[in-house]
Design a protein around this ligand. Structure first.
Ligand SMILES: C[S@@+](CC[C@H](N)C(=O)[O-])C[C@H]1O[C@@H](n2cnc3c(N)ncnc32)[C@H](O)[C@@H]1O
Length: 251
């Protein structure tokens, strides 16, 4: 398993996120800038896989009157309060927490909260590495947009990740691209040629053998998204995809 993929939650993730906070600052800011452009339809948010919200914007969270953080990680909610509690008290946002498998029970979760907006916070790209079955992960991820049809939802998730050579080209999160989910796949503005991951790899000095997190077709056709580089380690980078689907407003 690639070295970053066993750390999607738990104590190891928290220690790493705390330690690398400075190096991840530009990526976190780019996520916050993108979040600021979203227009969630509800003031109730289901935040799935939010962990401690190390890369989450307090300012964005303050828009909601109620947040339900759902994360398998038993450390998540205390650390989430540590990172965002003060801001949420200031905005009068209620925070609830539950630790069940939100992807496995997505249908019942959506039924229980028919009006809430949903945000998958860097969790969909980890699905393959949690369940370790490619075909099942592909099927689960392909089903998500159908399960969420008519709902207001967004996601930031790993698209590709892999080793980089810092001597070849230092990983820099300055680069970001807007992208569009077209019927035959994901197309990024300003990055012509295929496959997309080869183009993205070249932007961050990537070495061959990048991992595909199977998420490039999670959003429905027509969804615009932003691709953001994340220098996870000095020699290992991720490309994140951030998108929002406002179907509840269209319908
Ligand atoms: C990479 S971390 C998210 C980091 C977070 N965005 C942050 O800013 O700190 C992914 C999180 O998803 C959680 N997770 C993974 N699969 C899940 C599932 N099926 N249901 C609920 N939580 C899940 C993990 O426990 C982990 O905390």
């Amino acid at each position: 398993m690639p070295k970053s993929l066993d750390t999607s939650g738990g104590l190891r993730w928290h220690l790493r996120a705390l330690w690398r906070r400075g190096q991840w600052r530009d990526t976190t800011r780019q996520i916050a800038d993108w979040l600021a452009t979203t227009q969630p339809a509800s003031r109730h948010l289901l935040l799935i896989g939010g962990s401690a919200g190390w890369m989450m914007s307090s300012l964005w969270l303050q828009r909601f009157s109620r947040i339900d953080l759902i994360d398998l990680d038993p450390y998540a909610h205390r650390l989430f309060r540590w990172n965002h509690g003060r801001a949420l008290r200031e905005s009068g946002t209620e925070l609830h927490y539950a630790d069940f498998d939100a992807l496995g029970s997505l249908d019942s979760l959506l039924k229980r909260h028919p009006k809430a907006s949903i945000f998958f916070d860097n969790v969909l790209g980890q699905h393959l590495f949690r369940i370790r079955q490619i075909e099942r992960a592909e099927a689960d991820l392909a089903r998500i947009a159908k399960q969420l049809k008519g709902r207001d939802w967004g996601s930031v998730h790993d698209l590709f990740s892999g080793p980089t050579n810092p001597l070849k080209l230092p990983v820099s999160p300055i680069t970001q691209f807007d992208a569009l989910r077209e019927p035959n796949g994901l197309v990024a503005d300003g990055l012509s040629g295929t496959p997309l991951h080869h183009r993205l790899l070249a932007q961050v000095g990537g070495e061959p053998d990048w991992v595909d997190h199977l998420t490039s077709e999670v959003f429905p056709v027509g969804t615009r998204s932003r691709l953001i580089a994340w220098p996870f380690l000095p020699d290992y980078a991720h490309w994140l995809q951030a998108g929002w689907v406002n179907e509840s407003k269209r319908g």
